[in-house]
Design a protein around this ligand. Structure first.
Ligand code: NAD
Length: 494
């Protein structure tokens, strides 16, 4: 009998009002049930919001350095649990162990980094235009926050939201993706163990429509911090706009690596393999396009496809696996549909393009690393987020053309250029329109203390990570202190 996991509301692990659960299965082996999780509904959401609301006043006044002490304890426990949590994560979502270890590590890094803010949370002081008057600005919490997250970074992304939300004095309702609820339970349990007061962090599992929507629409939610697809993000933004709520959106990507004629080709191939097929291409920052200079195209394509062909699909728990499964059946079908679309559009399928049925892959959602060449920049496979192990190679004749191709999409998250020419690197840094640009490195590798996010339909102007995350989770309050003992009017009004 699989384990049954509960919601976390008001400091207690409780069953859903629906009385129903849903299964979480291993995408590398459909027969393996990871656990049963609460199939929650609006009633559970209401309870969780009520709990977060009733502890908001206490938490807002809880000294920020003391809030941070709880986060430090969480980070320390995460270090001890890293290996176990990585294994659980690989079982529930498939990526290889060293990557799930990296996911947990990112949560450790973020929690430590943000805990440091407990003793900073700097505001500004500035002189007044009037005598005997003092001016400053401080950060105040937004209130009750909804954190809605995707499945591809089951602990890292929740940490990007929960840790900064808590240190800045907000209370939280966390709705994890239904494909990765175990990692969510593992993470939330640590806050309980670290002594977080009850009600400050709540978790409700369930679908986007049954839990996510009522959560967003709840009158007491002040901020929705969402990471996921641009399609769902658009709904979130619309709902929030109607209710005049703040929302921060981190959404899809269609990232590209430029390989110039002067590039260190071996390095570029390493980067393209990692960017294209790491996490089975299921990263918002995945390099699903490679824009290669025509003088290097033949050599690049030949070596890159040889390397990709040698990648081993399999269970991410096995040490020799390079590429884990796709998250679920519908995503597997979507990836395969894009293969058909690419062929139909006239691109040439060089390798892959089919389900992987190698030994050990029979019971999972495995797809072979796939490369298309002769891709036109306007084809759907070059424009749309596939979220699988599919790379489109586009050949260009100049740096300007390469940058134009990189920019010719509706997204704008990550980008990269391989070149040995400092002038070309600086032109790329200036002219690529994206949230992140790497030089001589893949499109992957964000560090928690720098802003993370994208332009166009990848985001709505916010940046997680870095100190910019604080702008999501706080409001600015300006304070004027007049100690003149008389009415003083600004703007020289007598
Ligand atoms: P998704 O949009 O399907 O789901 C994301 C979350 O939203 C899940 O928790 C889901 O249950 C919830 N949701 C779904 N419908 C909802 C609704 N109507 N109302 C409220 N919540 C709802 O995304 P996914 O498949 O879980 O994740 C993959 C996507 O996430 C990709 O597009 C990827 O690029 C993106 N992503 C972006 C970033 C980033 O930082 N930019 C990071 C990781 C993933």
């Amino acid at each position: 009998m699989p384990s049954i996991y509960k919601n976390f509301i008001n400091g207690e692990w409780v069953e859903s009002a629906s009385g129903k659960t849903f299964e979480n299965r291993n995408p590398a082996n459909k027969d393996e049930i990871i656990g049963l999780f609460q199939k929650s509904n609006a009633e559970d959401v209401n309870r969780a919001v009520e709990s977060a609301k009733s502890s908001a006043e206490m938490w807002r006044k809880f000294p920020a350095p003391k809030r941070a002490e709880i986060l430090y304890r969480v980070a320390e426990m995460l270090i001890k649990k890293k290996e176990d949590f990585a294994r659980d994560m690989t079982r529930e979502m498939g990526k290889v162990l060293k990557e799930t270890g990296g996911d947990v590590q990112e949560a450790i890094d973020m929690t430590y980094y943000v805990a440091g803010e407990g003793r900073r949370l700097f505001g500004d002081t500035t002189p007044s235009e009037l005598p005997n008057k003092f001016c400053m600005s401080v950060r105040i919490p937004v209130g009750v926050v909804a954190a809605i997250t995707p499945w591809n970074f089951p602990m890292a992304i929740p940490s990007w939201k929960i840790a900064p939300a808590l240190v800045t004095g907000n209370t939280v309702i966390f709705k994890p993706a239904s494909d990765t609820p175990l990692s969510a339970v593992n993470f939330v349990k640590l806050f309980e163990d670290a002594g977080l007061p009850k009600g400050v962090l709540n978790m409700v599992t369930g679908t986007g429509t049954e839990v996510g929507e009522p959560l967003i629409l709840h009158k007491d939610i002040k901020l929705v911090s969402f990471t996921g697809s641009s399609d769902v993000g658009r709904f979130v933004a619309t709902d929030c706009a109607h209710k005049m709520k703040r929302c921060s959106l981190e959404m899809g990507g269609k990232n590209a690596i430029i390989v110039m004629d002067d590039a260190n080709l071996d390095l570029a191939i390493e980067g393209a393999i990692w960017g294209g097929f790491g996490t089975t291409g299921q990263r918002c920052t995945a390099a699903s396009r490679v824009v290669v200079h025509k003088l290097k195209a033949k050599e690049f394509i030949s070596k890159f496809s040889e390397r990709a062909k040698a990648l081993k699909c399999g269970d991410g728990l096995l040490p020799d696996t390079d590429v884990g499964p796709i998250i679920n059946e519908s995503q597997l079908n979507k990836v395969h549909d894009y293969t058909k679309t690419g062929k139909g559009e006239g691109a040439k399928l060089l390798i892959g393009g089919e389900l992987c049925t190698d030994k050990g892959c029979e019971k999972g959602y495995f797809y072979k690393p796939t490369i298309f060449v002769d891709v036109d920049r306007n084809m759907r496979i070059a424009q749309e987020e596939i979220f699988g192990p599919t790379v489109s190679i586009i050949t260009v004749g100049s740096l300007d053309e390469a940058i134009d191709v990189v920019n010719s999409i509706k997204y704008g998250l990550s980008s990269s250029i391989y070149t040995q020419d400092v002038n070309k690197a600086f032109v790329a840094m200036r002219d690529i329109y994206a949230g992140i640009t790497y030089i001589n490195s893949s499109t992957i590798g964000a560090e928690v203390h720098l802003p993370f996010g994208g332009v166009n339909q990848t985001g709505n102007g916010h940046r997680e990570g870095g100190t910019t995350a604080l702008d999501i989770f706080t409001e600015w309050k300006t304070l004027y202190i007049d100690y003149s003992g008389r009415l003083q009017k600004a703007q020289s009004i007598e």
